[in-house]
Design a binder for this molecule. Structure first.
Ligand code: IPD
Length: 263
């Protein structure tokens, strides 16, 4: 039986409390017959409510920690405090909004210049992906390892696709064309934190996306690293937490993906 550390316990308990509100709203959304604007407002409210619950629980447990969060004004920089919680209350908002059960709560803990713990909680399946520096990565009580494939040809790769007003569409199509000719399958699931958790769990062999925010990637980065994988910038020099450009997988998969993405 795994013993969760105090930090992991605090994060799990905050996520579990927020998930009750999120799942209630997810159920409500199916019944809502509202305009797109009304639906957007409802989802924004769902996001804010969940974030408030997480913020309240974490602030109560650790009074001196800072916060970097997706919603609202309560945003610090990660270097303002020794410890910072990095939070996305609902990652995969578009899925959530459309009744697609692929979204997650993502919480990470950053100390000085590194990530020291993270959880990605998939409330629909009650799956806790969690990781702590030096302790490993887990799905509930089960230890995780990234897949050990030596090349792309039998691999399944997840990615993010740029959309209206976001990202470099032409560049993405070029990269996707090359990657799709070399892999067994490509997937676009729609919640980067859970995509990275899937890499850690070996459900997919790799992942890449450009232009994400720190709250989309923070918990996923530590999950992949603690599962023995690489989560790095697409350009060797960049820090994916700061630029949001990220490639993840085992060392061979990351090497091959980087060659394609940087060509
Ligand atoms: C989004 C998801 C999605 C990614 C987008 C993100 P959000 O986060 O992670 O997979 O492609 O770029 O913005 O807005 O649902 O928290």
């Amino acid at each position: 039986m795994i013993r969760y550390s105090a930090n992991i316990n605090v994060m799990m308990s905050a996520a579990r409390k927020a998930s009750k509100s999120i799942l209630r709203d997810f159920g409500e959304l199916e019944k809502l017959q509202v305009s797109i604007k009304g639906q957007n407002d409802f989802v924004t409210m769902a996001d804010i409510k969940a974030q408030e619950i997480i913020h309240y629980e974490l602030a109560r447990a650790r009074e001196d920690h800072g916060f970097l969060m997706e919603e609202g004004k309560n945003k610090n920089n990660i270097d303002e405090n020794e410890f910072t919680w990095i939070i996305d209350p609902i990652d995969g908002t578009l899925n959530f909004m459309n009744g697609i059960p692929y979204f997650a709560i993502s919480i990470a803990l950053h100390q000085k210049d590194k990530l020291i713990a993270g959880i990605v909680y998939d409330p629909v399946h009650n799956d806790f992906y969690w990781a702590e520096e030096g302790v490993g990565a887990y799905l509930n009580d089960q230890r995780l390892r990234v897949k050990s494939k030596s090349s792309l040809d039998k691999s399944i790769i997840a990615m993010g696709i740029p959309f209206l007003g976001r990202g470099n569409h032409k560049q993405h199509i070029k990269s996707q064309e090359i990657v799709m000719s070399r892999v067994a399958g490509l997937r676009r699931f729609g919640a980067a934190s859970l995509d990275l958790a899937y890499v850690a769990a070996g459900k997919v062999d790799g992942f890449w996306e450009y232009g994400l925010s720190p709250w989309d990637v923070a918990a996923g980065i530590i999950l992949v690293r603690e599962a023995g994988g690489i989560a790095s910038g697409i350009d060797d020099k960049e820090n994916p937490l700061l630029t949001g450009n990220i490639v993840a997988g085992n060392i061979n998969i990351v090497k091959e993906l980087k060659l394609i993405l940087n060509s």
